[in-house]
Write a protein that binds this ligand. Structure first.
Ligand code: SF4
Ligand code: SF4
Length: 206
């Protein structure tokens, strides 16, 4: 748990324009993939893709070694740039997986970081003048985001462990390093890693 949080005093209500879904690549973890797959019934291969590390400025997600370089796992997009899970309802572009959307989607148009055990929120610079929801509705409470911070931290730790194990297999030539192999491996060991984390946490709490 954290000692507290600091957040901007700002009005925000999402107007469902879907612009942020078109603008950004969405990095995901194993936990995102499992949640989305259970909710939609879709095979992860139909909505997961990989983005070359060199094409980014570096993200706070582990780099996956594949046969031809390092990648981040992301959500697939359509040719018009919209997310594979965007859906039109009238003129509104909504998220069709809202209850299980990836961690990163839960924060826009804000960012957060943790300093001295305090969660600090800020408006994302690039969202100012771009996200039409900023400045609308009531003052924003950040309750949803605060709950998500703890969940994300745990998911990212697990995901890092999975990717580290996978990367060693690639380095040793045990696997070929295809995207399909990575997804299968990740889903196979996700439960084992989660149990290991729980055991470590209960050991540390004695
Ligand atoms: S750009 Fe802002 S208003 Fe539009 S969908 Fe994203 S969060 Fe909502
Ligand atoms: S998962 Fe939902 S919120 Fe996230 S980019 Fe896709 S449509 Fe937008």
């Amino acid at each position: 748990m954290y000692r507290g949080y600091i957040a901007p005093h700002v009005r925000f209500r999402c107007v469902l324009c879907g612009e942020c879904c078109k603008r950004y690549w969405i990095p995901i973890t194993h936990a995102d993939v499992i949640r989305i797959s259970k909710y939609t019934g879709l095979d992860p291969l139909s909505f997961v893709t990989f983005f070359r590390k060199e094409m980014t400025t570096g993200w706070d997600y582990p780099e996956i070694k594949l046969s031809d370089g390092e990648y981040y796992m992301i959500l697939a997009k359509r040719p018009d740039g919209s997310c594979i899970f965007n859906k039109y309802i009238g003129d509104k572009l909504i998220c069709s997986i809202h209850p299980v959307k990836p961690y990163v989607c839960r924060f826009y148009p804000f960012i957060y970081w943790i300093e001295d055990d305090v969660v600090k929120f800020e408006i994302l610079d690039k969202a100012i003048g771009y996200c039409p929801g900023l400045g609308r509705g009531p003052y924003y409470s950040f309750e949803v985001e605060l709950r998500a911070v703890q969940e994300i931290r745990r998911a990212k730790e697990e995901y890092r462990m999975i990717v580290n194990k996978w990367n060693k297999l690639v380095e040793r030539g045990v696997v070929k390093g295809t995207p399909e192999e990575f997804i299968r491996y990740m889903l196979n060991i996700a439960e084992e890693i989660s149990k290991k984390m729980e055991e470590n946490q209960s050991t540390n709490s004695y």
